[in-house]
Design a protein around this ligand. Structure first.
Ligand code: DAH
Length: 331
């Protein structure tokens, strides 16, 4: 009987070494410590042994059971901590995988900077629809049908959409239609910027995308003048490009403003155009239903991609929308 116990001890020790998983360990436990295990049967049978054997087998048997329980616990702990056999498929000592935290797209970052700059100048932020009626994109902005200025905006038309009056829908070619929508629904004073996406039927190249962002601006109040326009856009430029930024205005033509200008900043030795602007055209006020003669206003529109390109020295607008992480990770 004592021999049997010794043999059992050897077997159990050997068997335990090859347990590399919880389920293998569990089977081992059933085999050597379970109710029907050899050890349990020996211990149960002690009462039938003769008295001098009883004591010895009892002591050894119980000691073996305690030993086996002990090595079982230790092996289980080892498995859990990864201290077990190398052949285990889990390596608990490998360093963890780093969580990759995303970042904001460079155009989103620029949009946020623009919004912050104008918010600090007292402008509110509004939005308008990307699918727009012909009327808001053109007519309300003093660009009637057959007007040659329509060619300034190569348009993607939506064939199916046409209301009972024969008006057509398009993908807005600029954010200026939101000017008309705001004036239609709100009385002055107005100070608002409108960030949003625009679309043009255009071949792409390094400075043109068929979809891009614009930020529109509109201020309407009693007796606003061109110096208000200049002052506002100068302050904006300083916030955006640095406090010593120089700006320059030149005459330009946009049907919804009079006079119309474009504005450039002096950047790394060159004048670079960043926006169009002007005093709101009387026809635009008229169409919006503003009749008070003391009301005047200025408007402007800029492209955040262009501003981001200047600030970060990017030479191709298409990079913004090519989803190349080697480009995007730089910002
Ligand atoms: N909507 C014009 C464009 O897409 C940009 C623009 C120019 C907006 C002058 C204005 C403005 O509000 O006054 O080219």
């Amino acid at each position: 009987m004592l021999e049997k116990l010794k043999k059992l001890q050897k077997q159990a020790n050997l068997g335990l070494k090859s347990c590399n998983s919880r389920s293998e360990l569990n089977n081992w436990k059933i085999k050597y410590l379970g109710r029907k295990s050899e050890l349990s049967l020996i211990l149960k049978d002690i009462k039938n042994l003769d008295p001098n054997m009883k004591k010895e087998v009892g002591m050894l048997g119980n000691k073996l059971r305690l030993d086996l329980e002990g090595i079982y616990d230790a092996h289980l702990e080892g498995l859990e901590l990864g201290k077990s056999d190398q052949s285990s498929s889990l390596d608990y000592f490998l360093p963890g995988r780093e969580e990759k935290i995303g970042k904001l797209h460079p155009v989103t970052q620029t949009l946020r900077e623009i919004k912050k700059a104008f918010s600090s100048l007292g402008f509110q932020i509004a939005e308008g629809p990307e699918i727009e009626w012909d009327k808001y994109n053109f007519d309300m902005l003093n660009i009637p049908e057959d007007h040659p200025a329509r060619d300034m905006w190569d348009t993607m038309w939506i064939d199916e959409k046409m209301n009972d009056n024969g008006e057509k829908m398009l993908l807005r070619t600029h954010t200026s239609p939101v000017q008309a929508r705001i004036m239609e629904s709100q009385e002055p004073p107005i100070r608002v910027i409108v960030p949003g996406k625009c679309y043009r039927y255009e071949a792409t190249d390094s400075t043109h995308e068929w979809h891009f962002y614009q930020v529109e601006g509109l201020a309407v109040d009693k007796n606003l003048t061109f110096s208000d326009l200049k002052g506002t856009l100068y302050e904006f430029s300083k916030k955006m490009f640095g406090s010593d930024t120089k700006i320059r205005f030149r005459c330009d033509y946009f049907p919804f403003v009079e006079p119309g200008v474009d504005m450039s900043i002096f950047w790394e030795g060159k004048w670079l155009e960043i926006l169009g602007a002007g005093m709101v055209h009387p026809k635009v006020f008229e169409k919006a239903g503003y009749t008070d003669a003391n009301i005047s206003g200025f408007a402007f529109g800029m492209g955040p991609e262009r501003i981001a390109m200047i600030k970060h020295d990017i030479d191709d607008i298409r990079l913004f929308y090519s989803n190349d992480l080697r480009f995007l990770n730089q910002f």
